[in-house]
Ligand binder design. Structure first.
Ligand SMILES: [Zn+2]
Length: 504
């Protein structure tokens, strides 16, 4: 009994007992309002019971015929019930016997398979040889064969075979149901568990060469990541690119341009998607250094994330971009210092390439990275254009070998220290770009590849963020404000958190 039910039951017992006691003994003690209410309820109940008893008593009594009829009806019901019970008992006994037979049959089935086949063959030969003779009764036939006509014997035999078949079918159905249950349980477990990444080395990917570039079949990529493949089409209903996706991941490729989209963030690939013989391909270097790190749940390379180097762009004699009173070197240092404060609060060790209005050369900054061996390197800059319209956020990373700059076409052939971290660079750039966009609501100008000295020569995963365009009046005002600078910082922190969960 549930505890609450038990408690209400006990309370009812106590109430009943106290009401009885009161009614019997406490008649001369003045009663409280509550007691009076209980007493009146008890009296009402007694009155109602008395009334209903009186009305029952005044009803017409049944005649002798009616009593006899009722008795006969009850007798018939009793007989029917007894028959039902007997049938049920028989059915139960039958069922137990069948189950035992089925269990025994299943256990022996394998060993007896050959013997049975031989016996059946022999039996059929015998039947053919002695056509018209009576087949022997089945071993487990419950009815004695002696008193049966040949027809009845044949019928019983047939029934036994059918029964055996029915049992086999029931056992098979039970097994199928069990297997289904198991599969459902496994599916539930798989859904709740962290998805597992496939090792690239174990993937089967068709590859082709085109213009000296190695390509992998995009349909095969989709299959290996458990993603669905679909072509995208333009207004003229011609294939314009492709999309691979599942519930949580989605990558879109263009057959014309390098810019694609991964989970809603603009990502520049190194090459456009290739359509060859109506089949979709992406460059192998894109697959390995851009796409795989973004589709993966966990990084294949274990890297730490304790020490972070922050590089405030420009400084001293190098003001960076200028728009009236707006100077890039001022804002990059302000944002760098805000980021430093927040990271130190979170327990990170932070190393700054500059803390004042000084200009360490690019080589000196790279040397600091080499010397202090941070786990991550983040360079902060503001963008600029001769055209005053462009606005928005970009994140840069080193160009992988075999790829080209986002704004170039020359294929990079020489490896830099940063290329050790191509996969992590891709994920770091994506996460930070995503974080800054979410925090500021700024325009997404994508994660890009460029030959930048500090990111290319970093000795750890490294990115360079362009937090907005100083050449755009409205954006310059925003970048100058502490509010926007704080938003950029929280966006970078969110990106680092995303990158961190990719590491662990
Ligand atoms: Zn700059």
């Amino acid at each position: 009994m549930p505890k609450s039910l038990l408690l209400s039951f006990l309370a009812a017992c106590i109430l009943f007992a106290s009401v009885s006691v009161m009614a019997q003994t406490v008649t001369d003690v003045p009663l409280s309002d509550a007691d009076l209410k209980i007493k009146s309820a008890v009296q009402n109940a007694a009155q109602n019971a008395a009334q209903s008893a009186t009305s029952e008593a005044t009803k017409k009594l049944p005649t002798a015929e009616e009593i006899a009829a009722e008795r006969a009806r009850l007798e018939r019901m009793r007989a029917a019930l007894a028959a039902e019970r007997a049938a049920l008992e028989k059915y139960k006994a039958d069922l137990v016997q069948r189950q035992q037979e089925a269990a025994a049959a299943a256990a022996k089935a394998k060993a007896e398979a050959d013997a049975k086949a031989a016996a059946e063959k022999a039996a059929s030969e015998k039947a053919v040889g002695s056509a018209g003779s009576v087949p022997p009764p089945a071993k487990d036939d419950p009815v004695s064969a002696k008193n049966m006509s040949p027809e009845e014997l044949q019928r019983q035999r047939q029934l036994a075979i059918e029964r055996a078949k029915a049992i086999e079918k029931a056992v098979a159905a039970q097994r199928a149901a069990d297997a289904k249950k198991k599969a459902a349980a496994a599916a539930t477990t798989a859904q709740t568990a962290t998805p597992k990444d496939k090792d690239i080395a174990t993937m089967k990917l068709r590859k082709i060469m085109q213009n000296k570039v190695k390509y992998v079949h995009l349909r095969d990529v989709a299959v290996n990541y458990g993603l669905t493949f679909a072509y995208t089409k333009n207004k003229a209903n011609k294939v314009s690119g492709a999309v691979i996706y599942d519930k949580t991941r989605k990558a879109i490729f263009s057959a014309t341009y390098r810019d694609g989209t991964v989970n809603g963030v603009q990502v520049y690939f190194l090459y456009p998607m290739l359509l060859k013989n109506s089949e979709p391909y992406i460059s192998e270097v894109d697959f390995l250094t851009c796409l795989d790190p973004l589709l993966r749940y966990k990084t294949p390379v274990k890297l730490g994330m304790k020490t972070i180097m922050i590089d405030a762009g420009h400084g001293g004699t190098d003001p960076g971009a200028i728009n009236g009173a707006h100077k890039e070197k001022v804002y990059t240092l302000q944002i760098a210092k805000r980021l430093q404060t927040q990271l130190e609060k979170l327990g990170f060790r932070v190393i700054m390439t500059r803390t004042g209005d000084t200009y360490p050369t690019l080589q000196e900054r790279a040397a600091l990275c080499k010397k202090y061996k941070p786990d991550l390197f983040i360079s902060i800059h503001c963008n600029s254009s001769t055209n005053k319209t462009p606005a928005g956020i970009e994140t840069y990373r080193a160009v992988p070998v075999g790829g080209t700059e986002t704004k170039g076409s020359k294929v990079k052939t020489e490896k830099q220290s940063a290329n050790e971290f191509d996969a992590n660079n891709s994920r770091l750039a994506y996460e930070i770009q995503k974080g800054m966009l979410a925090a500021t609501g700024g325009t997404d100008r994508g994660t890009r590849h460029q030959a930048i000295y500090v990111t290319g020569n970093a000795t750890c995963p490294a990115v360079l963020v362009e937090v907005g365009y100083l050449s755009n009046e409205a954006e310059a005002k925003k970048i100058a404000s502490p509010d926007y600078q704080n938003k950029i910082v929280s966006g970078i922190l969110a990106g680092l958190a995303g990158y961190g969960s990719f590491l662990r």
